[in-house]
Design a protein around this ligand. Structure first.
Ligand code: GLC
Length: 564
């Protein structure tokens, strides 16, 4: 290259880079970041779309559905782990953090997925398994090889208490002792989950540095953020104190205990701050699998100065497993006032699908629409679970020999495992719901014939049609995008209602959480809205308003704009 052209090229390059940076750093007038306006959607990659018809989904499959995701109203997909893995826990046992499992494709497929995502305005969020690696990871293979191995201190090794006795009483959440004896060095290693998932030693600065660098590596390659797996279990008491015993046994038949000394240690939050610092270099978002017991714990994850996770999931909201307006109101009020940005989830790959959890067996479709209209209109970021927009149901195994999830095999029949909520996405009425021409790794439920993308897309009253309407509204209506949340008629035990308001404009949401028709009257004068009328935006067929009185059919939805 000629010397004359080099400075010009350099200027162009710097200009180009700052333009890109300016684009990705877009913050709106309210100071909201991109992830605060985004709708997230969890994809279990084994089960979303199978491009090569081997019965297991893959990245090319996901890429081929970017148009679908965009049209649905999804802005970011969180893909459960697709890194190389022996698949002991279906990818939550990572043997190489900087690659793609051949079952799912290649790094080139990943790059293509990112590029197609950009075209369709869908960002990619990866799942970072921070607590443990696979026992087949090169770090662990080295670690177990000798007491003086370079990676020995990357995991947690201890002598037993005596012959055949583990170092303490800690129980693995997946069954049995949390310690496994390794004869090569005559010591035990610690695993909160399966023995194939040894815990990394986050007290070792080399581990911390490597893990932070891994996130940086993926951000540079196009990942827009991470969902951090099992963060509560990152640290253990260095003295390995026994956990206090509790009465009874758990689903795996182990004695119950309080996880006092191996979960929720304060050191966890320091790591969250460090991960956040790296994320901020790329304007990336961190979502946390944060199993908090109360709002004070959740606040710790946000960080006192907002320097922790931007999006710790509020599983206390998810835990309201019944259609109870008072309980939902209580939980929403707490997280809404927490100072952090609320994150609402109703299903994921570890929980029975919302269709079954909230469904009453008779009105499940109506309830699925109601739940969609509910959590997608709250102030905060929702994380959908694939198929939720269809009213996909759990398809639980009926016999032990059909179970794929190891906790279901070891815990059967008390613990049947998580296969039921992980079945293939239902695309059409074709064989295997159009997921694959080969029999998929898990079977689809018979209800796929009615609950699939192709059939439901033709029906204006289907679950997917409700999701699409609400998602479209959420992306365009300023009060839903920017507005505050105010609970209404707080004494009403059947109708959940609230106002989202912004700069004198407001949206009223009224949801009948009961199986009988309901009426709700609203007096909004004290909310700054005197002499207004209700202009319907989205509603179920039999729900409507007369003046400020709303009539709702059983499980009816009514969303309206306040018109002066
Ligand atoms: C998280 C995941 C779960 C996995 C576990 C161990 O809870 O969501 O699926 O089994 O971590 O990685």
């Amino acid at each position: 290259m000629s010397k004359r052209f080099f400075p010009i090229l350099l200027i162009l390059l710097v200009l180009g880079c700052s333009l890109v940076a300016a684009q990705t750093k877009s913050v709106d007038a309210e100071g909201h970041q991109w992830w605060q306006h985004a709708v997230f959607y969890e994809i279990y990659p084994r089960s979303f779309a199978d491009s090569n018809n081997d019965g297991v989904g893959d990245l090319k499959g996901i890429t081929s559905k970017m148009g679908y995701l965009h049209d649905l109203g999804v802005d970011a997909i969180w893909i459960s782990p697709c890194f190389p893995s022996p698949q002991v826990d279906f990818g939550y046992d990572v043997s190489d953090y900087e690659n793609i499992d051949p079952m799912y494709g290649t790094l080139a497929d990943f790059d293509h997925m990112v590029a197609e995502g950009k075209k369709h305005h869908v960002s990619i969020i990866f799942d970072f398994v921070v607590n443990h690696s696979s026992d087949q990871h090169a770090w662990f293979l080295d670690s177990k090889s000798s007491k003086t191995a370079a990676h020995r201190d990357w995991y947690i090794w201890r002598d037993g208490k005596g012959p055949g006795q583990p170092p303490n009483n800690w129980i693995s959440t997946f069954g049995g002792s949390a310690w496994k004896f390794d004869p090569t060095t005559n010591q035990y290693y610690y695993h909160f989950f399966y023995a194939g998932q040894p815990d990394l030693n986050w007290r070792n600065p080399a581990v911390e540095k490597t893990m932070l660098d891994t996130t940086r590596w993926w951000y540079k390659r196009g990942v827009a953020g991470f969902r951090l797996d099992a963060v509560e279990t990152l640290f253990e008491d260095p003295n390995l104190k026994d956990n206090p015993a509790l009465p009874g046994t758990n689903k795996q038949g182990d004695p119950e205990q309080e996880d006092t000394y191996n979960t929720k240690l304060p050191e966890v939050y320091d790591v969250m701050h460090k991960l956040r610092k790296v994320a901020d270099e790329s304007n990336a978002v961190l979502i946390g699998e944060t199993g908090t017991r109360d709002i004070e714990e959740l606040k710790q994850y946000y960080g006192e100065h907002g320097n922790g996770l931007q999006m710790p999931m509020d599983f206390m909201f998810t835990g309201v497993d019944k259609l109870s307006p008072p309980e939902f109101r209580r939980q929403i009020a707490l997280v809404d006032a927490s100072g952090g940005w609320p994150v609402y989830v109703i299903s994921n790959h570890d929980r029975v699908r919302s269709y079954n959890r909230y469904g009453d067996g008779k009105n499940n479709d109506a309830i699925a629409k109601l739940m969609g209209a509910f959590y997608l209109t709250l102030r905060g970021s929702p994380i959908m679970y694939y198929g939720e927009e269809l009213g996909m149901e759990n398809n639980d195994p009926k016999r032990k020999e059909d179970v794929k999830d190891p906790i279901g095999r070891t815990g059967w029949p008390q613990e049947i495992g998580r296969d039921g909520e992980r079945t293939p996405m239902q695309w059409s009425t074709d064989a295997n719901a159009g997921f694959s021409t080969k029999d998929p790794w898990l079977p689809v439920p018979p209800s796929y014939r009615t609950h699939n993308v192709a059939t439901e897309s033709k029906d204006p009253n289907s679950v997917i049609s409700m999701y699409k309407k609400v998602l479209a509204l959420r992306h365009t209506n300023e009060a839903l995008l920017e507005g505050t949340y105010t609970a209404l008629n707080e004494d009403d035990a059947n109708v959940m209602s609230y106002l989202r308001s912004y700069k004198g404009k407001a949206v009223l949401v009224a949801l009948n959480m009961s199986a009988s028709p309901q009426k709700a009257t609203f007096n909004l004068a004290d909310k700054g809205f005197a002499s207004v009328s209700l202009k319907t935006l989205v509603s179920t067929p039999q729900s409507s308003a007369k003046g400020m009185e709303v009539t709702l059919e059983p499980f009816g939805v009514f969303i309206a704009e306040l018109a002066k």
